[in-house]
Design a protein around this ligand. Structure first.
Ligand SMILES: [Zn+2]
Length: 148
């Protein structure tokens, strides 16, 4: 990965490297770019992954079959911090505590996208963003338990 590629490009490239079909789309709702892809975590052929890039440059993903975000990321060798540009460099070089910052960033970005999508009249995208918020918060809770 080059430093100039966005988290969404990085994520789509990782999915393709792992043999998943990716369909890139344009702006939608509050998202700068969107994409659909096959989910590497549960292995169906349909494009159940919704992906998008927020105005802040964060990548968000949601599997409509219900896979957890960290499970999807782990299947292609990525971590939550890889979704969030502002924290990525800092978090990659730091300890497990900074992974929590990564999830916080993901939750905050998804929260903003949910508002933007709702304002833009895109309930499907708002629903996907809400799913990401809930999963990021659940991941933060489980990481806190792990590191106590
Ligand atoms: Zn899935």
């Amino acid at each position: 990965m080059t430093l100039s590629s966005s988290p969404l490009d990085h994520l789509l490239a990782a999915l393709e490297r792992h043999g998943q079909m990716v369909r890139r789309g344009g702006p939608r709702g509050g998202a700068v770019r969107t994409a659909r892809a096959q989910c590497p975590a549960h292995g169906s052929r349909s494009l159940t992954l919704s992906l998008c890039e927020t105005a802040e440059g964060a990548a968000l993903l949601h599997c409509h079959a219900g896979c957890a975000v960290d499970g999807v990321l782990a299947a292609v060798g990525l971590q939550p911090v890889d979704l969030y540009p502002a924290r990525a460099a800092q978090a990659r070089s730091a300890s497990a505590a900074s992974i929590g910052i990564g999830w916080r960033g993901v939750a905050a970005a998804a929260d903003q996208l949910e508002d933007a999508a709702r304002n833009a009249g895109d309930p499907a995208l708002a629903h996907a963003a809400r799913g990401v918020v809930l999963q990021a918060r659940a991941a933060m809770r489980s990481e806190r338990r792990m590191h106590q």
